[in-house]
Structure formats: structure tokens, C-alpha cells
Ligand binder design. Sequence first.
Ligand SMILES: NC(=O)c1ccc[n+]([C@@H]2O[C@H](COP(=O)([O-])OP(=O)(O)OC[C@H]3O[C@@H](n4cnc5c(N)ncnc54)[C@H](OP(=O)(O)O)[C@@H]3O)[C@@H](O)[C@H]2O)c1
Length: 252
Amino acid sequence: MPGGVRIGVTGADGLLGRALRRRGASGWTRAELDVTDPRAAERALARSRPDAVIFCAALTDVDACARDPRARAVNVEAPAWFAARVPTWLVSTNYVFDGPGPHAPDAGPAPINAYGRQKAEAEDRVRAAGGHVLRTGWLFGPGGRGFASTLFDRLRAGPVQALRDWPVQPTWADDVAEALLTLPEGTTHAIGAEEADWATVAAAACALLGLPPERVQPVEALGWGDRPEDARLAPATLPGWSERLPLLLKAR
Ligand SMILES: NC(=O)c1ccc[n+]([C@@H]2O[C@H](COP(=O)([O-])OP(=O)(O)OC[C@H]3O[C@@H](n4cnc5c(N)ncnc54)[C@H](OP(=O)(O)O)[C@@H]3O)[C@@H](O)[C@H]2O)c1
């Protein structure tokens, strides 16, 4: 973390928020600060006086973003509110893109679902207010809710369906936290350097657990909501998933 800089993290109880706090950033959990409540946000900023805010609060469930009327308030209005008042780093997503990738930081967003559209709008609003945007994707780590984060538990419990032929760059949340704490200016990408598909990642997790490979059932579709055809980001400079997956096993 740049010396003496006071960093405040919103959504501090989430996967990335916890990784940032483990590295010394302070922050507000959802219970401490609902980012959609401007009066509470004003009080929080007045009390903590952060030099920079890393905005991790989000509603990330792709389907819920389309249904839940509160999604825009969290994903768009709240980061814009913060960026207008304090130097803000918005954590954004590779889901602002569709295909073909890998997508460079200056590529034009083309979101295909409500989550991606909300994040793309938030990026514009934050940049217009002088803030910064760091995009990442496919995060995993202890306590995470995504495919890779929950893989070991699900494989232990029984067969796991895993998407094949969809390119992913699973990224260790702690590596993204490190990148964020350098407070990179402008629009940047922080993504793991190793590509695979989920069936390959699940097979590697299965092998680490010593379980039979049949536990993994490669499928063409997982019945998720709309997802981009190719959301890979470039440059991919963070450590690859196969190096980090054993850390997740150790952490559980
Ligand atoms: N996870 C990924 O694969 C991924 C990929 C690309 C980008 N990102 C971005 O990275 C950032 C952090 O994501 P994450 O993986 O850490 O997600 P996460 O674990 O779901 O964390 C998000 C946090 O925001 C909180 N939150 C939701 N609504 C809030 C509100 N109104 N006020 C305050 N806090 C609120 C959530 O609380 P509850 O748990 O109580 O809802 C949760 O603790 C997000 O901006 C996300 O868009 C994540």
C-alpha cells in the first residue's frame, strides 16, 4: 500500500474486500455501511477521512441484477456518488465485454447482461468524476461464492458439472488485492495469466483431492443466465490458477 495512504474499502466483507483488509486496508462491511444510503456514506467518510476508496460493494449475481430493482443503486449510483466526493477505484468486471477476446483496457465495452451493463455505466460515471477503474474476472479464494471458490467442497460432496470450451482466466483474489493497493491510475486489468475452461480447472481440483476423475462431468452449458462468449482480459499478468488452487485447498 502506498505509504501513509488511508484506504477505505466498501463491501469489505466480500471476497475481495476481505483480501484487502488482510493487507491492512480498512473498510466498511455491508452491516457498517449500506453504500446506497448517502447519509450513512457521508457520516462514514467524515469519520474515516480516507485518501482513497476502493469500491468493492456490488451485487454480482448476473440473474439478480436483471430482476432486483436495488441492483442499479449498488452497482451504478453508489460508486458514482463516492467518485464525486473522494478519489475512487471502482472494481469492475470482464463481463463488460462479450467476444472475441482477450480484451485490452481501452477496448470498447459491449455488455450482454444487466450486470455487465450496470458495471459499464458505473465505469463511465466513475471516470467522468476523475476516478479509476480496475477490471478483473473469475475471482476465487477462501469464502468466495464463485465456481472455483466452491469447487473443492462440491467435489467432495459428489459429481460436479463443469463447463467445457468456454475460456476462463481464474484469478486469486489476494493477487488482485495486491494490484489494487498500488492504486493504479486510469483503466487497468488485473487477471490471472493462465487460461483454461472450467472442466480443466475442476479436473485439476479433483486430482488435488485424490478423487476419481469421473467426479467431473464436462457439459456444454450450465444453465446460467446470459454470459459473454469470450470475456478474457489482457494483459494477463497475475499468477496462474494452477499455482494458486493448492492455496485454496490449504486455506479450507
Ligand atoms: N467475484 C468475481 O468473480 C468478480 C469478477 C469480476 C469483478 N468482480 C468485482 O469485484 C468486486 C468485489 O467482488 P467480490 O467477488 O468480492 O464479491 P462479493 O464477495 O459478493 O462481495 C461484494 C460485497 O458487497 C456487499 N454489498 C452488496 N450490497 C451492498 C450495499 N448496498 N452496501 C454495502 N455493501 C454491499 C456484499 O454484501 P452481501 O454479501 O451481504 O450481499 C458483499 O459483501 C465487485 O465490484 C465485483 O463486481 C468480481
